[in-house]
Design a protein around this ligand. Structure first.
Ligand code: ZN
Length: 442
């Protein structure tokens, strides 16, 4: 039994907020929330974590990330001078993923999952690419997540860009991971069918992917990220991307459509009718200069819209901050995004996860998974159940998180990661990434 208390308890359970609250954990589940004094009386023998007046809240969920992008930090590629998003893919990401070894994958996974723990992110939906060495690469990620105790969904990005053999290997890699996850009783691991994007996928490839997806899961695919994806679809197939994905059976309630920056009203209607989930990645969209998607409209349409980071950061609060301002700026309307972005992060990301994982996430209530974080935030203005999000938005960031618990296990306490030798991992990452950089520029 574990008791985390003496903090401002943000339960995300119908707005319930307790000024001096606590959460009681038994095994991997939450058994009770209440005031600190109540729960201390009820569980006098429980192991005690003192939040020291900070904020206790549910672990965060990231619905789109790329572990494989980790070793790009600080990298400068000879002759790389992109003019558009396509140049960024070809000159940077595809160049890197074609050289990634298992060792690179393993260490990137350790580094990213550790960073997630440090940012209070306890569930990560990842989209992986490592075209140099495909078979078994998802297992490498899954093993790292398991060792570190982070909940994760994995997939491999199928693409025709490196030929038929690699494409087939990628499809089978997804199929294998879907199967492994289906037999994993811990409910900490899920598999999806990863797809790169419509413009690197033929109809035949999509049909092959479709054959390998059981009804228990769906696709994780980039959709209309840059304008080029949409132009390619119209040119080659005479139809828009979402229409094509609908006809090839990719859409549905278990499918994550990432970005959807360049979608028409008819495509939005198709996403809604098929109950397809969409994930917004504000920093990535700005950084790649692909445009600002119709996120506020997609939200109003009732599409289940989540918030991701696309490898830009592992800090979901940073993504929240950028999501909060990009739409105000884009629409010249200071009233938008106050409600939508926090709803995406704190309500919809857990709902998205809930379509795959068996018990509630993102909420502190009896029966939910014990994914709990503590931040060291001390509000300088009155804080209550009604203005929690304003405090998080302007007062916290990922580094405010001091303690992270996932599935009932304490992964970080007082900023110290307990499940890995962080310094040794970073040293190994620096050596491994230096070798990768040498190969890239060699
Ligand atoms: Zn992405």
């Amino acid at each position: 039994m574990l008791l985390i208390g003496n903090g401002r308890l943000v339960t995300r359970d119908n707005g319930r907020y307790i000024e001096n609250g606590a959460v009681a954990i038994e095994g991997n589940l939450i058994v009770e929330t209440g005031t600190t004094s109540e729960l201390k009386r009820s569980y006098p023998k429980a192991e005690w974590i003192d939040a020291d007046g900070g904020v206790i809240m549910p672990g965060l969920v990231n619905t789109h990330n790329h572990i494989y992008s980790a070793f790009a930090r600080g990298l400068s590629i000879k002759g790389y001078n992109p003019h558009d998003f396509n140049d960024i893919l070809e000159g940077m990401w595809w160049k890197i993923d074609r050289l990634l070894t298992k060792e690179n994958d393993r260490l990137s996974a350790y580094a990213v999952y550790i960073d997630c723990i440090k940012n209070g992110v306890t569930t990560v939906f990842d989209h992986h690419a490592s075209y140099y060495d495909i078979p078994g690469s998802l297992d490498t990620l899954a093993d790292a997540a398991k060792e570190l105790g982070v909940r994760t969904s994995l997939c491999y990005e199928v693409s025709d860009r490196d030929g038929a053999e690699k494409m087939q290997q990628a499809v089978l890699e997804n199929a294998r991971m879907i199967q492994r996850a289906a037999t994993d009783e811990s409910d900490m691991l899920k598999g999806m069918m990863g797809l790169h994007a419509a413009f690197t996928l033929s109809d035949e490839t999509l049909a092959l992917c479709k054959k390998h997806v059981p009804s228990t899961t769906g696709f994780h695919v980039h959709v209309a990220e840059g304008p080029g994806d949409q132009i390619d679809s119209l040119k080659k197939y005479g139809k828009r991307i979402v229409e094509r994905l609908f006809e090839t059976g990719v859409l549905g309630e278990k499918t994550l459509a990432i970005h959807c920056v360049h979608v028409s009203p008819a495509e939005m209607a198709l996403l809604r009718e098929t109950d397809t989930m969409v994930v917004h990645n504000p920093e990535s969209n700005m950084g790649n200069a692909v445009g600002c998607g119709p996120v506020i409209r997609l939200f109003a349409e009732g599409i289940l819209l989540g918030l991701g980071t696309d490898g830009y950061t592992n800090d979901m609060i940073e993504s929240y901050k950028v999501g909060n301002i990009i739409h105000k700026h884009n629409l010249c309307d200071p009233t938008v995004a106050w409600a939508e972005i926090p709803a995406m992060l704190f309500e919809n990301n857990p709902r998205i996860a809930g379509r795959f994982f068996n018990r509630p996430l993102g909420v502190l209530k009896a029966g939910a998974y014990a994914d709990v974080i503590v931040t060291d935030y001390d509000p300088l203005t009155p804080m209550d159940g009604g203005n929690v999000n304003g405090h998080i938005l302007f007062g916290m960031n990922g580094r405010s998180v001091v303690t992270t618990v996932c599935n009932g296990k304490v992964l970080m306490k007082d900023r110290k990661v307990l499940v890995a030798d962080e310094k040794a991992v970073m040293q190994a990452c620096r050596e491994s990434s230096a070798r990768l950089w040498q190969t890239i520029n060699g």
